[in-house]
Design a binder for this molecule. Structure first.
Ligand SMILES: NC(=O)C1=CN([C@@H]2O[C@H](COP(=O)(O)OP(=O)(O)OC[C@H]3O[C@@H](n4cnc5c(N)ncnc54)[C@H](O)[C@@H]3O)[C@@H](O)[C@H]2O)C=CC1
Ligand SMILES: O=C(O)[C@@H]1CCC=N1
Length: 269
């Protein structure tokens, strides 16, 4: 399978890195293109052994799958550039937040097969989570192809397209919220006198352990939390501070804000 990436930034690199590492797709069967950043293209070639070019023509006309990985604001330019080059049989996969399949279909040739996805950057290490939604002309084979690509870099699930905004808020943006929490914990750990090295080692291991507990122990997060919280103990004191500052509501508001922004992004705002 030959895959062309239109847009070779953070998300494209995460997918490319995961794919090449897993050896599901040959590096030489991956073609990446972008705009105004030849250094990034050269770096991708040097790092992953893939083909790169600023000229989309060869990449698109030779590929079975074209992955649109530009920012939503750049979609019109990117889609109009590939429209005439795209063979009818090519599957178009979008990773763009918010952008409906109908918008992409309207800007390409009639009947084009489109799969909209929402991956996350953890694809880079094979631990991504990618939601898939089919466009009007996509069939089971289209979903199978998209699932093959994204299963190589994590888990996948087909969902209804209307749920894409919610999944974007939860798993597309989600890693950033955990990094934010780690940044805050690191800052206070150092303020309390721990070295950066010790803080990093213990906080990273703590988040890894908590994640594995959620995955491997058949208990809801609330029970796992209660198991750590001794009456009048340290955890209770910490959680009280979180409650007083309404952190739960703040996190819910963050997810809602990301969801709402996905909707407006999709409208081109
Ligand atoms: N970064 C993330 O965590 C995630 C990003 N996404 C989506 O992935 C897409 C890309 O995001 P990032 O990789 O973060 O952005 P980025 O800014 O790192 O990369 C965008 C790339 O598109 C290229 N580009 C711009 N206009 C172009 C054109 N007309 N033709 C070809 N290339 C063009 C740029 O040169 C750049 O390489 C966005 O639509 C975003 O919503 C989805 C899930 C997660
Ligand atoms: O912030 C964004 O718009 C993209 C989509 C999901 C994660 N990053």
């Amino acid at each position: 399978m030959k895959i062309a990436f239109i847009g070779a930034g953070q998300m494209a690199e995460a997918i490319i890195s995961g794919l090449v590492e897993k050896e599901e797709v040959q590096a030489q069967a991956i073609y990446a293109t972008n705009k105004h950043d030849p250094e990034q293209l050269q770096r991708l070639t040097d790092t992953y052994g893939i083909k790169t070019s600023e000229d989309v023509k060869e990449a698109v006309s030779e590929s079975d799958v074209v992955i649109i990985a530009v920012k939503p604001k750049d979609k019109d330019a990117a889609l109009s550039e590939i429209k005439a080059l795209l063979p009818q049989s090519t599957l178009v996969i979008s990773v763009m937040a918010g952008v409906p399949t109908a918008t992409i279909e309207a800007q390409l040739n009639a009947g084009v097969k489109v799969i909209r996805t929402m991956p996350n950057t953890s694809a880079k290490i094979g631990l991504g989570a990618t939601a898939l939604a089919r466009g009007r002309f996509a069939d089971d084979a289209s979903i199978d192809t998209a699932a093959f690509i994204f299963n190589a870099v994590g888990i996948t699930e087909e969902i209804a397209e209307k749920d894409m905004h919610a999944i974007t808020a939860v798993s597309g943006s989600g890693p950033a919220y955990f990094y934010y929490m780690v940044e805050a914990m690191m800052e206070e750990a150092v303020a309390l006198g721990l070295s950066e090295t010790v803080s990093e080692a213990f906080i990273y291991q703590t988040i890894l352990g908590a994640s594995h507990m959620l995955q491997e122990i058949d208990l809801p997060p609330a029970v796992l939390r209660e198991n750590i919280t001794s009456p009048n103990g340290t955890t209770e004191a910490g959680l009280k501070a979180l409650d007083q500052l309404k952190v739960k509501q703040a996190i819910r508001q963050a997810v809602k804000a990301a969801h709402d922004r996905s909707i407006t992004l999709g409208k081109g705002e």
